[in-house]
Design a protein around this ligand. Structure first.
Ligand code: C2E
Ligand code: CA
Ligand code: CA
Length: 397
C-alpha cells in the first residue's frame, strides 16, 4: 500500500506505525528518506530474515535506488512508530547527473559492488545499458587523464604558433602559443579536449610551465631570425594562454621569471592571456597582476565581449591588451551591430591607452575593415593558421 506524504513544517514527511512495511525488495525506488524520529530495520526480504541494519534519527535510507535508478534491493520496516522525511529523486539525481563522469562512474561501480554483497537479484535490466555507459564514460575519462599525464612526460604536448600581424604595416608583430596533444592514435588533439581536463586536475600547472618554457625558447629563436633580417620592426612578442589555477599556483611568477631569464627573453615580450570568463577575486588577482607587471610581463584580456564581466575586469585590473572575441570579427559581414561594437571597443581601448587585437580574421574584407577602425593587430586564418615553429621560420626572414 502506497502511503501519501503528509505536510509538516512545509517539508514532506511520512509516518508509519510500528511493524509497518516502508518498502519491499523489488519496489520501484522513487524517493529516499531521512529518519526524523523512531527506528527502522532493513532486511533482505521479510522481517523474519536476518536484520541488515537498524537506522535511527538523522540516518539515510533508500538512496541506492535513486543513485542508479534501480529497484529496491532490500526491504524496510518500522521497528517503532516512525516519521521519515521524503527526499525526492530529483534532489539527488539532478546533482549526480551534473557531476563529473569520474564520480558518477566510480559511484556506479560501488553501488554494483554493494548490491552484489547484498545478493541483489532484482530485475534492474532496464537500466543496465545506461549504467554500463556511466561506468564506461567514467573509466574513459580516468584513462584519458592518465594518458594526458603520460603525454606531458613524453613531451607529446607541443606548441603551435599563430602569428599576429600589424594591421597598419603588415609585418608579423608577435605570436600566440597554442597547445596541441600529439596523440598516438587520435592524431593532433585540440586544446578544447584536454585543457579543461588538465584544469580539473592540477596537471595544468606543470603543463602550463612546459608550454611557457617552450614558447619562450621559441620566441628567442624567432627573435634571432628577425634580428638577422635587420628589419626595423619592434621586438617580437609571444602571447601565452594562462588558466586561473595557474595564476594562483605557488611559485608561478617565480617560475616564469626564471624561464625568461633562462632563454634571455625580456618579460616585456611576453603577454599573458587571461580569458574574460575567468571568475576572479579581484583583490587576489590584482595583487598577482601588479606583481606580474612589476616583473615586466604584459597582460592581455582574451575573448573580450563574450562573458559578463569583461568591463569589470577592465575597470578593476590593469591590462596592456584587449583581445576582441572572434564572435565579433566573424559576424562583421552578417551583423551590422558587430562593426559598431568593434568601433566602440577599439575607441575605448585607445582611450584607455591599451593595445587592441582582433582574432578570427578569415578574409581580406574583414582585415580591411578592422584596419580602417584602428585595430592594432590581427590574427586569423586569412593571415596564418596556427603552425609548427619550423614552418614559420621562412615568414620571418
Ligand atoms: P583562444 O585563446 O581564444 O585561441 C584562439 C583559437 O582560435 C585557437 O583555437 C585558434 O586556432 C583559433 N583561430 C585562430 N584564428 C582563427 C580563424 O581565423 N578562424 C577560426 N575559426 N579559428 C581561429 P585552438 O588552438 O583550438 O585553441 C582553443 C582554445 O584553447 C584557446 O582559445 C585557448 O582558450 C585554449 N588554449 C589553447 N592553448 C592553450 C594553452 O596552452 N593553455 C591554456 N590555458 N589554454 C589554451
Ligand atoms: Ca588566447
Ligand atoms: Ca580568444
Amino acid at each position: 500500500m502506497l502511503k501519501c506524504p503528509a505536510m509538516k513544517d512545509n517539508l514532506h514527511f511520512i509516518t508509519f506505525n510500528k511493524g509497518e512495511q516502508i518498502f519491499k525488495v523489488g519496489d520501484h525506488a522513487n524517493c529516499a528518506y531521512i529518519v526524523e524520529s523512531g527506528t527502522l530495520g532493513v532486511y533482505p526480504i521479510t522481517k523474519d530474515d536476518e536484520l541488515i541494519a537498524l537506522l535511527g534519527k538523522g540516518e539515510l535510507l533508500g538512496e541506492m535506488g535513486i543513485l542508479d535508478k534501480s529497484n529496491r534491493s532490500v526491504s524496510a520496516f518500522a521497528e517503532t512508530d516512525l516519521v521519515l522525511m521524503i527526499i525526492d529523486r530529483e534532489q539527488i539525481s539532478n546533482r549526480l547527473q551534473n557531476s563529473d563522469p569520474i564520480i558518477r562512474g566510480v559511484m556506479e561501480v560501488l553501488l554494483r559492488r554493494i548490491r552484489n554483497l547484498l545478493g541483489d537479484n532484482t530485475d534492474n535490466l532496464s537500466n543496465d545499458e545506461n549504467n554500463d555507459k556511466i561506468v564506461a564514460d567514467g573509466l574513459h575519462k580516468i584513462r584519458f587523464e592518465k594518458e594526458l599525464f603520460q603525454a606531458l612526460e613524453n613531451d607529446d604536448i607541443i606548441n603551435v604558433y599563430q602569428p599576429m600581424v600589424s594591421l597598419k604595416h603588415g609585418y608579423i608583430a608577435g605570436f600566440e602559443a597554442l597547445s596541441r596533444w600529439k596523440h598516438p592514435e587520435k592524431g593532433m588533439v585540440s586544446p578544447f579536449e584536454f585543457i579543461t581536463l588538465a584544469e580539473e586536475s592540477d596537471l595544468i600547472v606543470s603543463m602550463g610551465i612546459k608550454i611557457f618554457d617552450n614558447a619562450c625558447k621559441q620566441l628567442a629563436v624567432f627573435q634571432k631570425i628577425r634580428d638577422k633580417s635587420k628589419s626595423a620592426h619592434p621586438p617580437l612578442f609571444m602571447s601565452i594562454n594562462v588558466s586561473a589555477n595557474q595564476l594562483t599556483a605557488k611559485d608561478f611568477l617565480l617560475n616564469i621569471k626564471q624561464i625568461t631569464l633562462k632563454h634571455n627573453i625580456n618579460p616585456k615580450q611576453i603577454k599573458i592571456e587571461i580569458t574574460e570568463s575567468l571568475v576572479v577575486d579581484y583583490k587576489k588577482v590584482k595583487t598577482w597582476i601588479d606583481d606580474c607587471q612589476k616583473l615586466g610581463f604584459k597582460l592581455s584580456l582574451d575573448d573580450f565581449g563574450t562573458g559578463y564581466s569583461g568591463f569589470q575586469h577592465l575597470l578593476e585590473l590593469d591590462f596592456h591588451t584587449i583581445k576582441i572575441d572572434q564572435a565579433f570579427t566573424m559576424s562583421i559581414d552578417t551583423n551590422p551591430k558587430s562593426m559598431i561594437m568593434l568601433e566602440v571597443i577599439t575607441d575605448m581601448a585607445k582611450r584607455l591607452n591599451m593595445s587592441i587585437v582582433a582574432e578570427g580574421i578569415e578574409d581580406i574584407d574583414c582585415a580591411k575593415k578592422l584596419t580602417s577602425i584602428g585595430v592594432d593587430y590581427g590574427q586569423g586564418y586569412y593571415f596564418f593558421k596556427p603552425m609548427l615553429a619550423e614552418d614559420l621560420i621562412e615568414t620571418l626572414s
